[in-house]
Design a protein around this ligand. Structure first.
Ligand code: FES
Ligand code: FE
Length: 415
């Protein structure tokens, strides 16, 4: 999206005199190229560097369950094209979205017969369960090609009101092992959310979500934070607990004096006064009431991240999740979800708040600021700073997990 496709840098003229490689530190002034500062690449995290299309052997949310009906729906996930449709039993099935006859997307077709999908071109018809070619409409009932062709099928699950597709080896891991544990523990909850296709590689989105530094500055102008002061800067460390890494706030500073420049604060007279104590639930202050389900989990920090790109932001009365689903090399699917564990009248209260404000203010305008930054991020090279320990710890987590990068050539696979 943001990749520039201008003319390549000019090659040096053949007759140009090449200077010998510099030894020792380069002078700070003078003629000649300066030694590049900062990180020039992500070779410190090789598998992460290769995971342009994400990691294999994970479940990825791709659509709301309500969006998938009998009519085929095409999605791209980790570079793989998948067609989704509900079978005879109402369950969602997934097949490779490419007709083996001449390569037309099956998602452009329809269910001529329940439990099948027919390609729109010549009517090759595939069983949604298993992908076997079970009829060829334009070749009669005795078409000899029937039963000899199969399109790849994908494991599909429905959880949290979302359709999840397994990208990886044929035998999927249980999906509950991958979902946030507080959502599989049996406590009832209500969920509201948004799904967008956004520009930028999924890793930029993931790093943005977990980035310690940006929220206080980038989001200070968001409507969602109109009446709440954002900190100026924090001192943070990262803790790993199980499969999650947590940002833990050691110090929260609401203003700072920058020598020779002046004081900077996000506090304004109309905003809630910042608290004196350091806190680790939410990012604008201590809460009077913490939901008992949230309190029960005793999250060590309010922002946590796990593979394959699941962000969890814990607030006193709700939890916000972001799932960053690779689409192609330069776009991702943003799945934002907010969960409230209230029961009884609190369900109606949450739905009203979500539809009346949160959806537009938080999942819309606030998150739109992230969307903007993710789309224009261009790294490496990069010169990291102290808060970026959040980014480097995430990259290390990916490497240490042994997760397998999705091969880049999967985009061109025709099988
Ligand atoms: Fe699909 Fe011909 S391309 S039936
Ligand atoms: Fe943000």
């Amino acid at each position: 999206m943001t990749a520039e496709t201008g003319t390549p840098a000019a090659e040096p003229a053949a007759s140009a005199v090449q200077a010998p490689p510099a030894k020792g530190p380069l002078p700070r002034t003078g003629i000649g190229p300066a030694r590049p500062r900062g990180r020039q690449d992500w070779s410190s995290w090789p598998s992460y560097d290769s995971a342009v299309l994400g990691f294999r052997n994970f479940w990825y949310p791709v659509a709301w369950a309500s969006q998938v009906a009998r009519a085929p729906l095409g999605v791209t996930v980790c570079g793989e094209r998948v067609v989704l449709a509900r079978g005879k039993d109402g369950r969602v099935r997934g097949l490779h979205d490419r007709c083996p006859h001449r390569g037309v997307p099956l998602s452009l077709g329809k269910q001529e017969f329940p439990g099948t999908v027919s390609c729109p071109y010549h009517g090759w018809t595939f069983d949604l369960e298993g992908g076997r070619l079970c009829a060829v409409i334009t070749d009669g009932p005795d078409s000899p090609v029937c039963g000899k062709v199969t399109v790849r099928s994908y494991p599909v699950e429905e959880r949290l009101g979302l359709v999840w597709v397994w990208i990886g080896d044929p035998d999927p891991a249980p999906i509950d092992q991958q979902l946030p544990e507080e959502l599989t523990a049996g406590d009832p909850f209500t969920l509201g959310g948004r799904i967008d296709i956004r520009g930028g590689n999924w890793r930029f989105a993931c790093e943005n979500g977990y980035d310690e530094g940006h929220a206080k500055y980038l989001h200070r102008t968001s409507l969602w934070r109109t009446f709440k002061t954002m900190p100026t800067w924090n001192l943070t460390h990262i803790e790993k607990h199980g499969r999650w890494i947590y940002r833990v706030q050691d110090e929260v500073h609401w203003e700072a004096d920058f020598p020779g420049l002046g004081t900077w604060t996000n506090y304004r007279w109309w905003k809630k006064k910042p608290p004196k104590e350091t806190f680790n639930i939410g990012n604008t202050g201590k809460a009077k009431r913490i939901d008992p389900v949230i309190a029960k989990h005793a999250f060590p920090g309010f922002a946590s991240l796990s593979l394959p790109g699941v962000l969890r932001i814990v607030y006193p009365t709700f939890i916000h999740y972001e799932f960053y689903v690779p689409v192609n090399t330069d776009s991702h699917r943003y799945v934002g979800a907010m969960v409230n564990f209230g029961t009884g009248w609190r369900v109606a209260e949450f739905i009203a708040k979500y539809l009346g404000g949160i959806r537009w203010l938080f999942h819309g305008q606030f998150s739109g600021q992230d969307k903007w930054m993710v789309d224009v991020t261009d790294a490496p090279p990069e010169r990291l700073y102290r808060p970026d320990v959040s980014l480097t710890t995430w990259r290390k987590l990916c490497v240490d997990s042994g997760a397998l990068p999705q091969p880049l050539d999967v985009v061109d696979q025709k099988a």
